[in-house]
Ligand binder design. Structure first.
Ligand code: SF4
Ligand code: SF4
Length: 160
């Protein structure tokens, strides 16, 4: 596979990522343990192959199908650390504003309600079954989540 043309900034980033991805021997161990791939999601070995030659675009939607379980990295016999390569690719995508809209919605909800997912009848029922409180979030918790968003830099992606 040949490296595709990219802007100089992306080119530098690809050069930093490629050496780690190049350690991949395409043994397929990561594919065998990846829960996302089992559900038709991300294919870590394929991501590594594309990252190694710099043909992966930072806005590739497949990157966001990784569940960050790190099973691939634990299993990788070449210490290629596919989970971290994918994380680095996502970081880069975020820096360039290539976050999927559903994640932006989650971040916005987190800021406003301190919850990433809305409370539904189903979640309330499950909480009750588990003996947990109803799940009302205090104003203090919402303020603290706002602070987390500010300190982590997530705020620049969240609509006011
Ligand atoms: S387990 Fe490691 S060496 Fe094997 S395909 Fe996955 S990343 Fe490559
Ligand atoms: S970290 Fe991502 S790519 Fe690796 S096994 Fe988990 S879901 Fe798959």
């Amino acid at each position: 596979m040949r490296r595709t043309a990219a802007d100089p900034d992306t080119e530098r980033w690809l050069e930093r990522t490629a050496p780690r991805a190049s350690a991949c021997q395409q043994c397929g161990e990561c594919a065998s343990v990846c829960p996302s791939q089992r559900q038709g999601g991300i294919r870590p070995a394929e991501i590594m192959a594309r990252a190694a030659v710099g043909s992966l675009r930072p806005d590739d939607p497949a990157l966001w199908l990784c569940a960050r379980c790190m099973s691939c990295s634990e299993r990788c016999p070449s210490d290629a650390d596919p989970g971290e390569v994918i994380a680095s690719l996502r970081e880069r995508a975020a820096e360039r504003g290539n976050l999927p809209p559903y994640l932006l919605d989650e971040a916005e909800r987190f800021k406003k309600t301190a919850l990433c997912f809305p409370r539904t009848g189903m979640t309330k029922k499950m909480r009750k079954e588990l003996g947990l409180p109803d799940g009302e979030v205090s104003e203090r918790a919402v303020r603290e989540c706002g602070e987390i968003i500010r300190r982590t830099g997530l705020g620049r992606f969240v609509r006011e």
